[in-house]
Write a protein that binds this ligand. Sequence first.
Ligand code: CP
Ligand code: NVA
Length: 308
Amino acid sequence: MNHFLDINKTSPADLRQILDTAQAMKTARHGRPKGTPDDDQPLKGHMVALIFEKPSTRTRVSFDVGVRQLGGETMVLSGADLQLGHGETIADTARVLSRYVDLIMIRTFEEQTLLDMAEHATVPVINGLTNRSHPCQIMADVMTYEEHRGPIAGKKVVWSGDGNNVCASFIHAAGQLGFDLTFTGPETLDPEMGFVQEARAKGSNIVIERDPAKAVNGADLVVTDTWVSMHDPQSARERRHNQLRGYQVNDALMAQAKGDSLFMHCLPAHRDDEATSSVMDGPHSVIWDEAENRLHAQKAIMRWCLGA
Ligand code: CP
Ligand code: NVA
């Protein structure tokens, strides 16, 4: 079963195939209205369940549009509406949904929910974000980097801020696709060391550097994300802002990176907190391409899952 659960659980060859398919499908659709179907309809007759236990704009809309472009149909379900929110187990939910739909995408809190869904479903399951990772986002990010600058292998990515779920998937990708990553942020918000060690064991140079100006020296790509994620307690907000203020991506920081460096943010952004508007809207930024590429990358992920 081709579940798409995490980048470090998907082989480099499969990741490359997904990225190539995504780029080819994007090119093939160039200039066409968003609502028109693709020429080939690999998901024709297929039903896809999109389950959200957290809010979403990009993931929700890009999966829904992507399935339709591929000829399939979707059902968008909120966790609260399902019996899942009222005590039915994930395992039982997975078994039942598998009798109705061909593919399940789930955005949830605990990673175990995703793993239980994958273990008990008899159809492929896609990780649409957990507290621990966000692999669909980083497939779109790698696609975006390569579209602008060519192969990401051997490049230096700098993550500035919270070592969160999106950072984790970037570290997974570094190990699988052969690029280097420097994390810069306060020690209390370091990424999971297990992920760092795993990527290092695969040959990726993962560096922890507390000084953001030093960290971005020679960077090909600078990335940040919100300082307070959806699963973080709101009570942590003020403390995190105080800890992370020095890691804001602003013009002064971008000036330390390579002249042709790119800037990414998975969005939603808190403008002038983790990144200034001058960077988000500036010449290094590719954030809108990054958001668009969620659509193309996820269409390729769904095709890979279904062998379609
Ligand atoms: N980047 C991302 O996953 O955005 P949404 O939370 O809007 O889906
Ligand atoms: N780290 C963020 C990403 C949102 C797409 C969160 O988990 O809220």
